[in-house]
Design a protein around this ligand. Sequence first.
Ligand SMILES: Cc1cc2nc3c(=O)[nH]c(=O)nc-3n(C[C@H](O)[C@H](O)[C@H](O)COP(=O)(O)O)c2cc1C
Length: 201
Amino acid sequence: MQLDPSTAAVPDVYQYLVGLVTPRPIAWVTTVSPAGVVNLAPFSFFNAFGANPPVVVFSPTLRRDGTKKDTLLNLEKSGEFVIHAATAPLAEKVNLSSKEIPSDESEVALTGLTTVPSVKVKPPRIAEASVAMECVVRQIVPCGTGPIAANLVIGEVVMMHIADEVLDGNGGVDPRKLKTVARLGGAFWCHTSDLFELKRP
Ligand SMILES: Cc1cc2nc3c(=O)[nH]c(=O)nc-3n(C[C@H](O)[C@H](O)[C@H](O)COP(=O)(O)O)c2cc1C
């Protein structure tokens, strides 16, 4: 089959796109509202794009009614966020934190998680997460104005937190200990337990 996004319905384009670009890592993001409410939400339009300085990008799209999600609104005002790795032991809570709740309520309370203060940014990090990256916004690039339109949040990582329990013997991150989960199309997720190694040519 073929699909031309210029003539197809937006929800169909979305479903095919997330089915084709897989697996997607999940940024589990804390931000703070102007009133001080800690927001927590997952975003699988996410990746890292360079290391000098370390740069990450994720996209809180516009809602289906065309409004901005709380994470984007908070970032436009505060410019700071923390990205946590989504891992197998926390997968249910990652999913629960995607629930649409009023902006004056926190997904941290909803999920029963706890926070600890960050070192360089105002949003706290999730204490239960094995990995957290404190970030400052470099640029927000909107692409489109309608439902599910992208908003590329380009962030610079200014501090990394890595739990000793997920390190290998040489100080690196051991993927068998970190147990990252990722997002596929539909309601499918995947584990990262089926590993193989290739040496670079
Ligand atoms: C695993 C997962 C990945 C998601 N990825 C995205 C994404 O990349 N972009 C997006 O806008 N919404 C994504 N969502 C939906 C948001 O998490 C959801 O709209 C959330 O309520 C947004 O929260 P906020 O309004 O507090 O920012 C995802 C949900 C789940 C469960």
